[in-house]
Design a protein around this ligand. Structure first.
Ligand code: ZN
Length: 436
């Protein structure tokens, strides 16, 4: 199989050349935000930093971080660097945990975004001839429209189906011959359920590859999705504060990480507690600086996503650094009796056990002074109708494997198929009653 690229020169540039482009763009960016955005200028002044102090890429670490609260404090348009007349589109977060965060794009930003998204699609093996089934939500969320523009830029056929109405999705897949599926991994499982209910064999469809993102998911979940939908499942990364989908994408030749579109998005890994930049290969919080965005550039944005960077060459020929699959966020980490637990670790255990379905919920409570964790998980039809001893053994096995991997004792509740609520976008995996 020959490797295809969208912007070959940039995607395979030797690192020395890439880094010189990054530095030039970074210097230009810092000078521009210093001149045009008061909150950035004030932050730089507070640490005695001038744009001309950025002489090397390592000087990036001297710049102050940007966090979600900076976006909220300057709601809605306070961090834009251009007049609103030049902004052709805005997107916003759902605002479920406070004021929404708002981002804006110039015509050139949309151009850049379409191109990085087209790169991501090609990186996942899509091409002009594909029927691309886009089940990311269209609207203020960046997923739907972001992916859509990339599909059109590539010249493939976009099916802008958006999320929801799984039965219709399956009919469209079958009748239109969808070859590539874009959705959240949890929604992909919903679609698998719907196929099952409609007695549509995934092997009878034309799906070849899935591009899944917008929520953390485990390697075992990937296998589950691949098996249930009969496709190759790849991982895409993006967030609205940085651009939207297309910031990074897994290629077909690596088992380790997504290529970051580094000429546009400069990554760092920091220690989430001290803010210190960690050496290449170490695990920590992912931080991004946008190098080419006009309307809403962002400097050292703390994503809260936990990852690491791999600089080793990739078999596909791309020189762009790879980021490890995000399996957790600093803010979805649960602390159970002093032990750090990520929902994706629980998922990883569950998906590795036979008879367990990929639908689960973690309920955390405090009883007296003690935290308790209950894992509710669906089991397959056959097992549920089995004798009680089979269910008891399965419970014990789950409990033991979670204890072995995470060091935490939990209660396990096996539930009947299709009793845990399904998501149409990002799944809710945790109910933390300690916070209510
Ligand atoms: Zn690669």
């Amino acid at each position: 199989m020959s490797v295809q690229y969208w912007e070959e020169e940039m995607e395979t540039l030797p690192r020395v050349g890439l880094e010189s482009i990054q530095l030039r763009r970074l210097q230009h960016l810092v000078a521009r935000v210093y001149r045009t955005v008061e909150p950035y200028r004030r932050k730089m002044e507070a640490v005695g930093l001038k744009p001309e102090d950025i002489k090397t890429l390592a000087d990036l670490a001297k710049l102050p971080f940007t966090v979600k609260d900076d976006l909220r404090d300057n709601y809605p348009f306070g961090l834009f660097t251009v007049p609103l007349e030049q902004v052709v589109r805005v997107h916003a977060s759902s605002g479920t945990t406070g004021k929404p965060t708002v981002v804006g794009y110039t015509a050139k930003d949309i151009e850049t975004w379409s191109n990085v998204m087209a790169r991501a699609l090609v990186c996942a093996g899509a091409s002009k001839g594909d029927m691309i089934h886009n089940a990311y939500g269209y609207g203020l969320f960046t997923g739907g429209l972001g992916a859509h523009y990339g599909i059109e830029r590539l010249g493939a056929t976009a099916i802008p189906v958006s999320g929801g109405n799984s039965k219709r999705q399956i009919n469209i897949m079958r009748d239109f011959g969808s070859t590539v599926l874009l959705s959240t991994p949890s929604y992909a499982l919903n679609l698998a359920d719907a196929m099952d209910a409609m007695q549509v064999d995934p092997k009878s469809l034309s799906l070849r590859v899935g591009i899944f993102g917008a929520e953390p998911w485990s390697e075992n979940m990937r296998e589950e999705v691949e098996r249930k939908l009969n496709l190759k499942a790849t991982d895409i990364y993006g967030l609205s504060e940085v651009m939207g989908p297309g910031v990074a994408q897994e290629c077909l030749l690596t088992e380790r990480g997504m290529h970051i579109m580094e000429d546009h998005f400069l990554p760092e890994i920091i220690d989430p507690d001290t803010g210190e930049v960690l050496p290449p290969g170490e695990k920590g919080e992912l931080v991004f600086t946008t190098l080419t965005k006009e309307a809403f550039p962002i400097i050292r944005y703390r994503t809260k996503d936990i990852s690491r960077l791999y600089y080793e060459p990739c078999a596909c020929g791309r020189t762009l650094v790879r980021m490890e699959k995000v399996t957790g966020r600093t803010d979805d980490m649960l602390i159970i009796r002093g032990v750090n637990v990520f929902p994706s670790q629980v998922e990883h255990v569950l998906m590795g056990i036979e008879g367990v379905e990929p639908h689960y919920l973690i309920v955390v409570e405090r009883e007296g002074n003690l935290d308790t964790m209950q894992v509710q998980v669906e089991v397959s039809e056959g097992i549920f109708s089995d004798e009680i001893r089979v269910l008891e053994n399965l419970s014990k096995q789950i409990q033991k494997e979670i204890k072995d991997l995470l060091g935490v004792t939990c209660r396990v509740k096996l539930v009947e198929p299709r009793t845990i609520q399904r998501s149409e976008g990002k799944a809710q995996r945790v109910i933390d009653k300690r916070k209510i």
